[in-house]
Design a protein around this ligand. Sequence first.
Ligand SMILES: [Cu+2]
Length: 390
Amino acid sequence: MRSAHLRAATVFGPLVVTTLLVAGCSSGGGGAATPAGDGSIAVDAGENSCGVAQTAIAAGRHTFTVTNTASQVTEVYIYATGDRIMGEVENIGPATTRTLIVDLPAGDYQVACKPGMVGNGNRTALAVSGAAPPGTTDQSLQAAVDSYHAYVGTEAKALLDTTTALVAAIESGDLAAARQAYPTARLHYERIEPIAESLGDLDPLIDMRIDDATADTPFVGFHAIEQILFQKNTLDGAAPLGDALVANVGKLNDLVKTVQLTPLIMGNGAKSLLDEVAKSKVTGEEERYSRIDLVDFAGNVDGAKYVFTALRPALQAKNPQLVATLDQRFTALVTLLGTHQAKPGAPGSVSGSPYVSYDALGPADVKALAVDVDAISEPLGQISGVVTGP
Ligand SMILES: [Cu+2]
């Protein structure tokens, strides 16, 4: 969790208007991805395919008519470079049709259909060319906020699903399955940690450490469960903590739909989070029982990097050198982190985690990670000034 001094005011506000509109459902005829006749672009979201009726289009506002021809609930995303979310539509039942309206400037995009609403999805390239009416800085900042809001919503939903799976394993009495389910749920929480300040009391309830527990504030949340599963090596006492955790994560999932986000909250949140990673998290204190600190680390880096990704067009217009610097430094850090991946069962691996245990890192490894995080912190700190400046 974020240290107490970083948790300031909780910011609530009206639902941010996005370019994503949901039209009424209608039963769709199976899948020919032909132009819809009304100027919209048909998307056939299949089981193993993602058919897009037009894959080379002009810049501007487009309506995609998505029909789910797969057997399970699906979702469709339109991604720009770096998987920046331009628009998304979720929870499309089998044989139903939904509409997605999105503004697309010239560039290379991917349409991703995700049957089961998990993973990278089946992808089709979409080329957009020509000049759209130039957007104002305000519009590009609003687009960044909308894109980040979509990211946070996606991660919060994944957090709820994976936390529910963790607690189901606890309640089924399967300690090994519970331990294996723990890292993935953690990843999704740590990805949205740049906005922990905006989550008010939910952040400590979900992510507090034992050091912050007092007589009045009992030790609860992920790390209390972690202590039971990994240190006490039992399931005894975990179920009530699990039920409370799922309830709080459910509240978080509702809250992020209406949480007020601004470019400043995004930039400052990412910057202060990475400062904290370099100072304290890299010491391995957060996941002291499970030793999956690199999962948290990766989640924090993913979350901070998405802030940059969402703001990229706005930053590019105002300070291209900053974009180049951040690109280079994030790539260096992600590459370094990748050297600590471990296959399941390999020496140093932890069940359910793609990374080695913190205990498998030497002092030089820890130092190198801290140095690379530090190198991102300074340029990341410039984002706030750039997005609020003239
Ligand atoms: Cu945390």
